[in-house]
Design a protein around this ligand. Structure first.
Ligand code: PLP
Length: 485
């Protein structure tokens, strides 16, 4: 029952003002942790929230008096400052065993790549000018050459991410026209990226063919008409249809396009390359399609992400026939999706490492290729260090890591994991403590334990991991803490 208005009026009058809240000596001490303007905003938001509670009849005069007596206005301010400190992009330790974790920034890059990126960010660089002639050129021209050499394509172009590449593709070849896609490949990639939605925004008319589990070449052939601009194959990155299934072979689809004069494209997403001399990953990843093979099947364009299995900074890489790439480059949408110098130099450096026979050095490839026995010593070492911390019980068992980011769904990589249990904290509380450490640690939570998988640890991460646990075990269980206002 809402309180009578007169009660509410009295309640409003009992609230402190913003200035009063900020004059609390403890609030003044917060000024070292947050700028004054932000503290003022937090105080205003707190009081605003309380006014809403009063209006809803959930906060009466007695409760306000007791909240003020217990210093709640300051405590709420402090909680908001603490929460603010946990925001933003900072380095973290990925102990999840998910190699390509979109939430944690996908592919960590090679140290030489990281150095090149830092250098480009710090100063000027030769980005869009020819050093011989001093004339303007295309910023991704050289990267295009490197990618062509790596994949066997004639040419290449690079944009901000693969979603952008898909948008550019549909807009260029099917804008105001039709694009033919199999019903079984109209996928949602995650983060609200749905192929049909992107097509609509690219002004392409979707022509669905086949059924969820079976699409034959004849289905595509029948759908081709005067207005068809594009035949598209999409790699169903994050799921598998098993059982009674059929899809058109890539080479047949590309050949159909060539015969009927329609551009053909293959969106691979994950973009695996197994360069010459590199320990191959294709088999390990359950037959994940290779970029080079997709190109060799004859598609006009093949699309993939820079920061998935390619192991580079975020980008959408498009390789293919010279004429098709030129058409993409002419579209003004390309200008809106172009790469910045930092990502570009990271991609060039990664491509050069691959061409130099150094693919095995890339962190993503190293992590994916690690066999369980290689990971056991790290698991044992971490377990021993964590067992030395108070209240922790640890155990090492065989487990499974995942490639992640929709690469090779259903593929589990055998590993060894450290199971960690705290005597009083729940699994979720321990994990939350890890996330709020100075260097945040992300781990898997499962059956009352926190699981640490050494597969995704980078050099130097182990110390930060142990520090993260040390800071998390110092916390009190939530149930013992003061309940919120
Ligand atoms: C991941 C993926 C995308 C989107 O790539 P981003 O680089 O994340 O934009 C597009 N298509 C497929 C098939 C994918 O797997």
């Amino acid at each position: 029952m809402p309180k009578p208005a007169s009660d509410a009026q009295g309640a409003y009058r009992l609230l402190p003002s913003i200035d009063e809240t900020l004059r609390d000596p403890r609030a003044l001490a917060l000024e070292g942790r947050a700028p004054r303007e932000l503290l003022r905003r937090f105080a205003a938001e707190t009081l605003e929230a309380w006014r809403a509670e009063i209006a809803a009849g959930r906060l009466d005069q007695d409760r306000i008096v007791s909240l003020r007596a217990s210093g709640e206005p300051f405590l709420e301010l402090e909680r908001r400052v603490a929460r603010e400190a946990l925001r933003g992009v900072v380095r973290c330790v990925n102990a999840t065993g998910i190699v390509l974790n979109t939430g944690l920034g996908r592919a960590p890059v090679h140290p030489e790549v990281a150095a090149a990126m830092a250098e480009a960010a710090r100063g000027y660089c030769v980005l869009e000018v020819d050093r011989e002639t001093n004339e303007r050129n295309q910023r991704d021209e050289h990267l295009g050459d490197l990618l062509a050499r790596l994949t066997g394509a004639e040419a290449a172009i690079a944009v901000n991410n693969c979603a952008g590449a898909v948008l550019l593709l549909f807009n260029t070849f099917a804008g105001g026209r039709e694009a033919v896609v199999s019903r079984g490949e109209l996928v949602e990639i995650g983060g609200s990226f749905r192929v049909p939605d992107v097509m609509a925004r690219a002004n392409a008319v979707l022509v669905e063919v086949g059924t969820t589990n079976r699409t034959r070449l004849a289905d595509y052939a029948q759908a081709i008409g005067e207005r068809t601009g594009l035949l598209v194959k999409v790699h169903t990155s994050n799921f598998r249809v098993v059982g009674f299934t059929e899809e058109a072979a890539p080479a047949e689809l590309a050949e159909l396009g060539r015969r009927r004069g329609v551009t053909s494209a293959y969106d691979l997403g994950s973009g695996l390359l197994d360069p010459e001399g590199a320990p191959p990953l294709a088999q390990l990843l359950g037959g994940e399609p290779l970029v080079r093979e997709a190109v060799a099947s004859g598609f006009d364009v093949v699309l993939f992400s820079g920061d998935k299995l390619f192991g580079a900074p975020q980008a959408g890489l498009i390789v293919g026939k010279r004429a098709a790439i030129a058409a993409l480059r002419k579209n003004p949408v390309y200008r809106a999706l172009r790469l910045d110098k930092v990502a570009l130099v990271g991609l060039e450096t990664t491509a050069r490492l691959l061409l130099a026979g150094r693919a095995h050095e890339l962190p993503v490839r190293r992590m994916l290729a690690a066999a369980a026995p290689d990971l056991r010593p790290a698991a044992e070492r971490i377990a021993a260090r964590l067992a030395a911390l108070p209240h922790l019980a640890v155990e090492v068992t065989p487990g499974e890591s995942r490639p992640g980011s929709g690469s090779a769904p259903g593929v589990a990589l055998p590993t060894f994991v450290v199971h960690v249990r705290h005597a009083r904290l729940s699994d979720a509380e321990l994990a939350a403590g890890l996330r709020s450490a100075a260097v945040p640690v992300f781990a898997r939570v499962q059956d009352g334990r926190v699981l640490v998988d050494p597969r995704t640890l980078l050099p130097g991460d182990e110390d930060d991991l142990v520090r993260g646990f040390a800071s998390a075990v110092g916390r009190e269980p939530t149930s013992a803490r003061r309940s919120r206002a």
